[in-house]
Design a protein around this ligand. Structure first.
Ligand SMILES: Cc1ncc(COP(=O)(O)O)c(C=O)c1O
Length: 314
């Protein structure tokens, strides 16, 4: 018996994180270009930090908030969803989460039963796979069509559906492929979901970081999807707030109390200081988003140009 013999089957099924291992190995070599964490290069804008300091000084952050999050923040999120995602919601359809990740975990736990199958267009963000495994469900991978720029394989998804399929989880813009799934494809995906009564769980962490005229489309903006979509978002990438651990999810009003039952044992509520910072992020100038997007675009262009010249492996 090894020292992990008392660990659960579900955690034993999860391999050691490759990204953490890569980080460790990269530190052993000099002059390595570190490209593994999607970490914004600059910190959160000044007005966001200031709001957090003010909330701290006013002693607003020492207690828990409502588990679903501060009402004012959820009201402001509702405005953002309507403005930028064409999702028309009310505050009782929003849960403020500890990053998008905790929202995804809570949503998966609320939707998926042990033994259910969950379709993941792949390659995808490995955390989603682990979240499915933690829920004792089975990840079913449907490869993106690489030859056409890692687009969704709509026919492949249809073929992968069985009587056990419960949900489809995707991130768009995609980590790691960078593909932005088109509105046309997402509408087709929605049709499939509705035909088979599947839930679609989205990770829209990179919603603002699209380039070359591509646009982000939220599947929950399709009115017929209102009962079949759970959409997760985050402040992490948009406002360079990786460490603040604050995001949110949107779902149908009837599903929210069920997701909240999973959210509470994971986290009770999102960090309250970060909720005040998130409120300032949404209420303040949005110029930083354009700034970050431009910065990421120049980094992307530089990296693609270098990669096109060929890699030199030492
Ligand atoms: C696709 C994707 N989703 C979610 C996250 C993490 O989001 P959060 O910090 O809001 O939990 C990342 C972080 O790299 C990511 O790449």
């Amino acid at each position: 018996m090894n020292s992990f013999s008392r660990a659960s089957e579900r955690v034993l099924k999860i391999p050691k994180s490759a990204i953490h291992e890569m980080t460790r190995l990269s530190k052993e070599i000099e002059d390595v270009a570190f490209l593994s964490w999607a970490k914004p290069t600059s910190g959160a804008p000044e007005h966001i930090r200031k709001a957090a300091i003010e909330a701290l000084n006013e002693k607003l952050v020492d207690g828990y908030s409502e588990s679903m999050g501060l009402l004012k923040l959820r009201e402001t999120i509702v405005e953002k969803l309507s403005r930028d995602n064409h999702i028309y919601a009310n505050p009782s359809q929003i849960i403020v989460t500890t990053g998008a990740i905790e929202g995804l975990s809570a949503a998966i736990m609320a939707i998926v039963d042990p033994g259910d199958e969950v379709i993941l267009p792949s390659p995808t963000y490995s955390t989603h796979v682990n979240q499915v495994v933690l829920a004792s469900a089975k990840p079913v991978f449907v490869p993106l069509i690489e030859e056409e720029g890692f687009i969704l394989d709509i026919e492949g998804i249809k073929k992968a559906i069985t009587a056990k399929t419960k949900a489809i989880i995707y991130c768009s813009p995609s980590n790691p492929s960078g593909t932005v799934f088109t509105e046309n494809h997402l509408r087709q995906l929605a049709e499939i979901a509705l035909d088979h009564n599947l839930m679609v769980i989205t990770d829209e962490a990179y919603e603002y970081f699209t380039f070359d005229g591509q646009t982000h489309f939220s599947i929950a903006s399709i009115p017929e999807m209102r009962k079949n979509a759970v959409s997760t978002f985050t402040f992490t990438k948009t406002y360079a707030m990786t460490g603040w651990r604050v995001g949110y999810l949107h779902a149908h009003e009837e599903l929210i109390p069920q997701i909240n039952k999973a959210h509470i044992p994971f986290t009770i509520c999102a960090p309250v200081i970060s909720q005040y910072a998130a409120l300032a992020a949404l209420q303040g100038s949005q110029d930083c988003i354009t700034e970050f997007r431009n910065k990421y675009k120049s980094a992307r262009d530089l990296m693609c140009a270098r990669l096109d010249r060929g890699l030199h492996i030492h």
